[in-house]
Design a protein around this ligand. Structure first.
Ligand code: MRU
Length: 351
C-alpha cells in the first residue's frame, strides 16, 4: 500500500517494537504507534488501534515474538503461557488471531532450547506477516477476474489493506482490477456503529484513486433493487467448515438482499480465516461490544481533535453485536489465495 506516495504495511516489527498505523485516528490523522511489549500490543488489539482479522493476526504474531524476547530464563514457559493467553483473550471472533498465536506457540514448543525458541518465534511471526501479504495479493489476482470494466461493487466494513498487513481481502480484487486498467465504482456501506466503511474504506479508496460513494447501511437494499449494484464482496472474520461466514454486523442482511435481487455475493479471505474445527456458523463466537458505540459516534472537531459525542439520551440502552453469520446458502463464492470456491467446497479446497 502507498499512503501519500510512501509504501507502508499496516503492522510491522522493527528493533523489537511492533509498529502499526493507528486506526483510531484515521482518516483525520496519520500516526504510527510504536509498541514496546506484548502487553501494549494486546491493548492495541482491544482498543482497535489495529483491527481487521488479518491485521490483528499479524499483530498477535509479532506480540508472541515479543513474549519470547521478554520472557526471563527462569520461568520462561510460564511467561510464554501467560502472554499467549493475554493475546488470545483480546478479541474472540477473528480466526486469524488464534491461527497466528498457535502457530508461533507451536513452533516455540518444538524448539530444542530457549535460545532457539526466541529465534523461531521471531522467524515464524515474520513468516505469518509475509504470508498474509502474499495470500491477499493472490486473492486480488483471483478476484479481479470476476470484475468487468465498469463494474459497480458493494462492500461492507473495511476488508482492505488496513484489515491485513497489506492488499486486503475484499478490496484486493478491486485494487488489482484498477491496476489492470478497469474502471470500478464502489458502494461503501458506512458500517455502524464504528463506521469502518466511512472512516477506513473510503480513505483507502481515495488513496488508491478509486471512485466510490459512502452509503448509509440502510441504503444498500435501495441501490441493489434499482439494479445499481453488479455484485457484492466482503471480507470474513471466521469461515466455518460448511462455508457459513462470520463478518462485520450487517453482512448477513446484505447477503440476503443480494440473493433476493439475484446479485452475486462473494466473500474474500485467506485460508487462515477458515476454521475447520468449527462445523457451522452457529458455533462461531460472536463478540458483543460496549453499548456506548451504538449510543454515540466518533468524529473530529473543527480544531482536529478526534472525540466521541453522545447521540442517545443519557439513560438509553443498546445491544452491540460486532459480527453476524451469513449462512453458506447466500454466498456465491469464497475467494481465497487458492481461487474461487463454492462455500460447500471450501473444506476440500484448502486441505
Ligand atoms: O471489528 P473489526 O473492524 O476488526 O472487523 C473487521 C471486519 O469484520 C471486516 O468486515 C473484515 O471483513 C473482516 S477482517 C478482514
Amino acid at each position: 500500500m502507498q499512503v501519500n506516495g510512501k509504501p507502508y504495511r499496516t503492522v510491522w516489527m522493527e528493533d523489537g517494537a511492533v509498529k502499526m498505523i493507528n486506526q483510531l485516528l484515521l482518516p483525520h490523522a496519520f500516526e504510527i504507534l510504536k509498541l514496546p511489549d506484548h502487553r501494549a500490543v494486546a491493548e492495541a488489539i482491544i482498543s482497535m488501534a489495529v483491527r481487521g482479522a488479518g491485521a490483528i493476526g499479524v499483530a498477535a504474531a509479532y506480540g508472541m515474538a515479543q513474549v519470547a524476547r521478554e520472557a526471563p530464563e527462569q520461568g520462561f514457559w510460564d511467561y510464554v503461557a501467560d502472554g499467549t493467553l493475554r493475546l488470545q483473550k483480546t478479541r474472540p471472533t477473528a480466526q486469524n488471531l488464534f491461527y497466528a498465536v498457535k502457530k508461533v506457540n507451536d513452533a516455540m514448543r518444538d524448539a530444542p532450547n530457549i535460545k532457539e525458541a526466541r529465534r523461531v518465534a521471531q522467524e515464524v511471526a515474520q513468516g505469518i506477516a509475509d504470508a498474509d501479504v502474499a495470500q491477499c495479493e493472490s486473492i486480488g489476482c483471483h478476484g479481479a477476474k470476476l470484475i468487468k470494466n465498469g463494474a459497480r461493487i458493494l462492500t461492507h466494513c473495511n476488508a482492505g489493506w488496513l484489515a491485513f498487513a497489506d492488499w486486503g481481502s475484499a478490496l484486493a480484487p478491486i485494487y488489482r482490477a484498477k491496476r489492470q486498467g478497469k474502471d470500478v465504482f464502489v458502494f461503501c456501506d458506512e458500517t455502524r456503529p464504528r463506521c469502518q466503511g466511512t472512516i477506513l474504506t473510503a480513505w483507502e479508496l481515495d488513496q488508491e484513486g478509486i471512485d466510490y460513494a459512502v452509503i448509509a447501511d440502510n441504503a444498500a437494499g435501495y441501490f441493489m433493487h434499482r439494479g445499481d449494484v453488479d455484485f457484492a464482496i466482503t471480507g470474513a472474520d471466521r469461515i466455518a467448515a460448511n462455508g457459513d461466514t462470520a463478518n462485520k454486523i450487517g453482512t448477513y442482511e446484505k447477503a440476503v438482499i443480494a440473493h433476493e435481487n439475484h446479485i452475486p455475493f462473494y466473500i474474500a479471505a485467506p485460508s487462515t480465516t477458515i476454521d475447520l474445527k468449527c462445523p457451522s456458523g452457529d458455533r462461531i463466537p460472536i463478540e458483543e461490544r460496549s453499548e456506548e458505540e451504538v449510543l454515540g459516534a466518533i468524529g473530529v472537531t473543527d480544531n482536529g481533535i478526534v472525540t466521541s459525542v453522545r447521540i442517545a439520551h443519557k439513560e438509553a440502552h443498546a445491544r452491540n453485536p460486532a459480527f453476524d453469520v451469513t449462512p453458506a446458502q447466500y454466498i456465491t463464492g469464497i475467494i481465497t489465495e487458492y481461487g474461487v470456491s463454492k462455500p460447500e467446497e471450501i473444506r476440500e479446497r484448502i486441505q
